[in-house]
Design a protein around this ligand. Sequence first.
Ligand code: OGA
Ligand code: NI
Length: 317
Amino acid sequence: MKMEDEVPVIDLAGIQGAVLKSVSEQIAKACDEWGFFQIINHGVDLSLMERIQEVYKEFFYLPAEEKQKYFINEDFHGWCSPQMSDDPGVNKMGLITPETCEFTYHEGLCGDPNRKTTVPTNPPALRSTLFEYATEVRALQERVLAAMSVELGLEADALSKLFAPADLGIRANFYPLKTDDNTVGVLSAHSDVSVLTFLLADKVSGLEIKKDGRWIQVKPLENAFIVNVADCLEVTSNGRFRSVEHRGGGNESHERISIGAFYNPSRAATIGPVEELLDESHPRRYRSAKFADLRDALVAKGVQGKGHVEALKICEG
Ligand code: OGA
Ligand code: NI
């Protein structure tokens, strides 16, 4: 793989210190050029990162009857597996295809304390580990968002204020060993509807991103997070930062688990370009929409490349 095919790696050791400016410049450059980067020395407890991977592995290893107790609901929270695609009773919305990888989605942190999130109670450590993990990751995401805000010429807390109170969604994907049939157990091309996504990938490769029309494989670094700009940040930044299409798959020699942490705006938040970023030479490029509507469109129509963010575009350019 050529050097220019590697996503940038950013050392966050200085994100709170005097070198903040150089770190935030690197982040902005990576967002401009790639929309994806890996972060190291990010401060999240490494043993917590191991524990969350272990606990999800335990969950995926449970018998299907047990996991079925947490079956996905109308809001797309819960567990599902491709085996259920041909069961009209469970696949009411028709969103589960025989190709899709097994996954489970829950809110690790819910910005609205009145809304209930249904996190599995088996394995018993899942709930507390998820809460601990989501708390650390969301705090780190807010530091990264602050760096982005500053680079956009806004106050450090401008972006996080727009999305408050943010939810932290966690999607764990389980990819079985890849067979000759490439279509089994994949997450097809999509951009994320969130603001920012931090993916915790194990050592096994399987994430591919689209760059200049080509698919590039990302090699996960140990103890790193793979960060990507998602749709709400593309819209908010008026296209200065772009969400990038990506897809997930398995591997020939190892099964694979990846855990995505989605910094999601409050459902009530209006997502639209920040006024301060608009002027005569930077006209508004996206319509505004409520986050709830963007998320519901994803649930209703399923994964479709960058379709959900393209639908908000006012004009090409
Ligand atoms: C996701 C995702 C990629 C992967 O969960 O949104 O893009 O490699 N996952 O599992
Ligand atoms: Ni994704």
